[in-house]
Design a protein around this ligand. Structure first.
Ligand SMILES: [Zn+2]
Length: 400
């Protein structure tokens, strides 16, 4: 049995149904610090003067593979620089874009709706969650995460409450909410890409096409600023997604398991590879689902049911039915034509992911890619040996 040909099975996914992102608003940002009710500091970004309107054409090709991966979600400067350049990244986990738009349009009825909705009793939650939550260390797709996942949302709403009457400020979003969004996008796009590239047999060479190759890619510091099992893992049992070599070095239970497997397998990589492949399959499928659903979440309007249940809680008004139709009309008007940065990033990702051209490995930096970074967007994919101009240049300098 050859472990190199076992393990990964073919991965059938339906193409994501998406309409490409068009335009979103960019603002001059300011990073501000405030205290929560417990006296802990937290940061949020305030949109000041509207500076420009951004579109997909302002992003280099495959941003998910370049600037997005360079953001260090535990470093404020890094998050701020990225946001200043490309715009804010509201979360898709809980209608982040909708809430941001609500706040930008305050004064309209929908803002009152948003304010009422989140005004009650969140300070305690913020304090509790801040103590238990660190965005860089918590696995975003485990069940425990969801309990703490609302901290970014609550901090955004807390900051909005602080700036409620400040007419100089447009949108508000907590730094933690942006960090959460960016991290989820970093993880999901790389997992899907590394998995598809190895499953489809896109990459020629003995070192590709195995589950270990996928895991090794996610651990490689040459092209991923943030990497490794504690960053990328989405399966319930985190350490299982390490590559064989890493586990053998660091995981005592795994060493024992491999010693036992030696009685049944001449090559102990076989059972390890099969187990890893199963976990990666699940993780990549989750990541793909997350990306598709995110697009959906960003486009979603306020539904009748949501409004109806919120009304019961917060609107004790006789003319509530009339208000409801006003709310829907106002809100859907706001959503029309306003996209967001995460939508554009995901749409770019699916553009490459769904294209039948195989993934390639850059001969300089070893990154997987399809589209040359500096190629004008929308063109057919050109086959090149390098992922970008600078890789081409440094390769030639080294070899001349
Ligand atoms: Zn490269």
């Amino acid at each position: 049995m050859n472990y190199k040909t076992t393990g990964l099975r073919s991965w059938m996914v339906l193409p994501a149904d998406f309409s490409p992102a068009h335009r979103w608003s960019g603002y001059d940002l300011e990073r501000r610090i405030a205290l929560d009710s417990d006296g802990n500091e937290f940061a949020y970004y305030a949109e000041l003067e509207e500076s420009n309107s951004l579109s997909s054409a302002d992003l280099k090709n495959e941003l998910f593979n370049n600037d997005l991966q360079k953001v260090n979600v535990e470093n404020s400067d890094s998050i701020f620089r990225f946001s200043q350049r490309y715009g804010l990244s509201p979360s898709s986990v809980y209608a982040g874009k909708q809430r941001l738009l609500w706040f930008r349009h305050r004064g309209l009825i929908p803002y009152r709706f948003a304010k009422d909705k989140y005004a009650l009793g969140y300070d305690e939650d913020i304090a509790a969650s801040i103590r238990s939550y660190s965005v860089g260390k918590t696995n975003p797709m485990t069940s425990g995460y969801m309990e703490s996942a609302f901290t970014p949302l609550l901090l955004s709403e807390h900051a909005r409450k602080i700036e409620n009457d400040n007419g100089d400020v447009r949108g508000i979003i907590s730094e933690l909410e942006i960090a959460q969004t960016i991290r989820l996008l970093q993880i999901a796009t790389q997992l899907c890409m590394a998995f598809q590239a190895n499953v489809n047999g896109d990459l020629s060479g003995a070192e590709y096409g195995t589950a270990d190759a996928v895991a090794a890619y996610l651990e490689n510091k040459k092209f991923l600023s943030q990497r490794g099992f504690d960053y990328f893992l989405i399966a319930p049992n985190l350490s299982r997604l390490n590559s064989y070599e890493t586990k053998l070095k660091s995981d005592l239970a795994f060493q024992q398991k491999i010693a036992q497997a030696g009685e049944f397998y001449s090559d102990t990589r076989v059972p390890a590879e099969l187990e890893l492949a199963e976990d990666l399959y699940r993780a990549a499928t989750d990541a793909y689902t997350f990306l598709s659903r995110s697009l959906f979440a960003y486009k979603e309007d306020v539904s009748d049911e949501i409004l109806a249940s919120e009304e019961k809680k917060f609107f004790d008004l006789p003319d509530v039915l009339e208000k409801k139709s006003e709310l829907i009309a106002e809100f859907n008007g706001m959503m029309a034509g306003e996209d967001s940065l995460p939508e554009a990033i995901i749409a770019q990702f699916f553009d490459s992911f769904n294209n039948p051209v195989p993934w390639r490995v850059c001969e300089n930096c070893n990154k997987y890619f399809k589209r040359y970074r500096e190629e004008s967007p929308g063109k057919n994919i050109r086959e090149t040996r390098f992922c970008r101009r600078s890789c081409n240049v440094s390769f030639n300098q080294r070899n001349s």
